[in-house]
Design a protein around this ligand. Structure first.
Ligand code: KDG
Ligand code: MG
Length: 402
């Protein structure tokens, strides 16, 4: 019988930091999983290297479900981003191995295709409206069917989601940078530029917007109402979701669809949002909810309540994460949309994938497993580069949700 022989945690920074789990079996098969937690990478590395990894040696890699329960339920200390990201790296690598053993792509193991491609949305952003409009135009010209729009807010030097001269990358400081936030300025400006986007480009594509937890429930309700005429695909993270019941208030006031989940790490964190139909899209991602084993459970719960999926897919999730997401998206009946920012060329030097993009839809190559190769020789050329996400302060200097 083939057993888990080796557990490696690989850290590389080809464009940005990524943590990758590589499992090797006694008959020489390898599986990859993404375990990147932006700005907290080494906490996950230590958790796998010092705690989970040693317990996996000699275990049967075919028993994915039992290993998941062993790492989650068996651990006593459970949930939370570090734990769930570590479990995700291992779980995803086990699915990769199972696919290789079966000689089948992972989406076949999950039930086969429900669709021919995975609709994605890229990020259009600008410090000014003119820059934002240029980016939207560029994406629409490339055939994307959905675009997320974020614009700098006049009077605020930085705004969430806006790149400064290039790709948007929020993790940018050796220590957390401090950004200034004003909900009043944002609430005044954002509905106006979103309306202009529709006036200029029409309604023939899906328009998305990320509020990034910046509003209170009643402010979010007002925002949702103010943008109803824009027919948004969703507003994302309108308010922090620790108080899941606070979404009732937003729901009572607006028909703008709501999406939540990128920082939530288990089915328990989204249970109420789903079963009370307080959201329309659940955005949990394979890398931060314990891997495919747990994510598909969340998606199945969501299906019972007409909640669709829209997994987080920022470029601080590695191509291994994207591949796993696309395999699951292909099979999920209640799939909605997948976030996709693409990667810089350095990232593609380390992670070789057969993922293709056509007419705004992603697909995977028909390789066994996840279809991703990790290039060790390239990876060592990009050593770990510690970076933090910023913090946000209100105009009076007090800390706000970032
Ligand atoms: O690591 C944090 C980023 O992934 C996050 O800020 C990006 O909100 C985000 C998104 O929707 O892509
Ligand atoms: Mg977001």
């Amino acid at each position: 019988m083939s057993l888990i022989d080796r557990v490696e945690v690989l850290v590389t920074a080809p464009g940005r930091n990524f943590v990758t789990v590589r499992l090797t079996t006694s008959d020489g098969l390898t599986g990859l999983g993404d375990a990147t937690l932006n700005g907290r990478e080494l906490a996950v590395v230590a958790y796998i290297r010092d705690h989970l990894g040693p317990a996996l040696i000699g275990k049967d890699p075919a028993r994915i479900e039992d290993l998941w329960q062993y790492l989650f339920k068996g651990a006593y200390w459970r949930r939370g981003p570090v734990t769930m990201t570590a479990i995700a790296g291992i779980d995803t690598a086990l699915w990769d191995i199972k696919g290789k053993v079966a000689g089948l792509p992972v989406y076949q193991l999950l039930g086969g295709r429900s669709r021919s491609g995975v609709m994605v949305y890229p990020h259009a952003s600008g410090e000014t409206e003119a820059e934002l409009f240029d980016e939207i135009e560029r994406y629409l010209d490339q055939g994307y069917r959905a675009v997320r729009a974020q614009c700098g807010v006049p009077g605020l030097e930085t705004a969430y989601g806006v790149g400064h001269g290039g790709r948007y990358e929020p993790a940018n400081g050796k220590l957390p940078a401090e950004e200034i936030w004003s909900s009043e300025a944002y609430l005044d400006f954002a509905p106006r530029y979103l309306r202009k986007v529709r006036e200029r480009f029409g309604f023939g594509f899906h328009l998305l917007h990320d509020v990034h937890n910046r509003l209170s429930p009643i402010e979010a309700a007002r925002f949702g109402k103010a943008v109803e005429e824009c027919a948004l695909f969703w507003i994302e993270d309108p308010t922090p979701a620790e108080n899941q019941e606070s979404f009732r208030l937003i729901r009572q006031h607006t028909t703008t669809p709501l999406a939540v989940g990128e920082t939530l790490t288990s089915i328990w964190d989204v249970r109420q949002l789903i079963v009370e139909q307080l959201i329309d899209y659940v955005r949990t991602t394979v890398t931060h909810v314990g891997g495919l084993t747990h994510l598909r459970r969340i998606f199945d719960l969501a299906a019972l309540y007409q909640v669709r999926t829209g997994s987080h897919g920022a470029s601080d999730l590695s191509p291994v994460s994207l591949a796993a997401a696309v395999h699951l998206d292909l099979t999920t009946p209640n799939f909605g949309i997948q976030e996709y920012m693409g990667y810089p060329p350095e990232t593609d030097e380390v992670f070789h994938t057969g993922i293709s993009l056509r007419d705004g839809y992603l697909d995977v190559a028909e390789e066994p497993g996840l279809g991703v190769e990790y290039d060790d020789a390239a990876a060592v050329r990009f050593p770990y580069n510690p970076k933090y996400l910023p913090v946000a302060r209100r105009l009076d200097g007090s800390i706000h949700d970032w």
